[in-house]
Design a protein around this ligand. Structure first.
Ligand SMILES: [Fe+2]
Length: 212
């Protein structure tokens, strides 16, 4: 292995480490927010728990396509890359199904990119044909992504992020959206999300991934 190859490996590892930390924080935030929305909607404890689990694992399928998406510095994707990335919903479904998770949890992961107006993927389901847990995760996923730093842009502030989700409201279940919006505006959930996104998580530092 020559120096250039070692350098490339190290570069890839540092991307991987950075992206893995971001992915874990993202999952924790979506899990926290989506389960809070479910509780605010009056769902029972079992359902709230399922949504918390699916929120944490919704993007687990991306692990199988990581070379395509980790380390990206640009916001734009080629059509083939987009198509490839879109496989992550089905891959995530397969992973959690093989691991013995409940069907409801696996389905929330499979359908977490479906939009209420039928413009999502992978099956262009619309309305209540989309499982309710997936509808909850959908809006929380978009919002958390907007308030998070990305390699190619800084996080949007909360007000801007809320305006941006309002612009896309046709993608969301209105009852769920209004509950989400009320929760954001009237509770301390934003402070909790801010803590998850920015505070150091013990054991999730360089040592864990670099083998030091
Ligand atoms: Fe996703």
């Amino acid at each position: 292995m020559n120096a250039e190859e070692i350098f490339e490996d190290e570069k890839e590892l540092s991307y991987y480490e950075h992206d893995m930390c971001d992915a874990i924080r993202h999952g924790m935030c979506v899990s926290k927010l989506a389960s809070s929305v479910a509780a605010a909607l009056g769902m029972n404890q079992d359902m709230v728990h399922r949504i918390a689990v699916a929120g944490m694992l919704h993007d687990v399928g991306k692990l199988q396509i990581s070379p395509y998406i980790y380390g990206r510095q640009e916001s734009t994707m080629k059509i083939e890359e987009m198509r490839y990335l879109r496989l992550h919903a089905r891959l995530g479904y397969d992973i959690v199904t093989n691991q013995g998770y409940e069907t409801e949890i696996a389905q929330m992961i499979l359908y977490h990119h479906e939009n209420y107006d039928g413009s999502g993927y992978p099956y262009q389901l619309r309305g209540e044909a989309i499982p309710v847990g997936a509808r909850i995760i959908r809006v929380c996923d978009v919002f958390v992504a907007l308030i998070s730093d990305r390699p190619y842009r800084k996080a949007f502030d909360t007000d801007t992020a809320l305006m941006m989700v309002i612009d896309e409201v046709r993608h969301f279940d209105m009852k769920i959206f209004l509950t989400f919006q009320r929760l954001i505006c009237t509770s301390h959930i934003l402070e909790e999300l801010d803590g998850i996104l920015h505070e150091e998580i013990p054991g999730m530092g360089t040592e864990l991934f670099s083998g030091k």
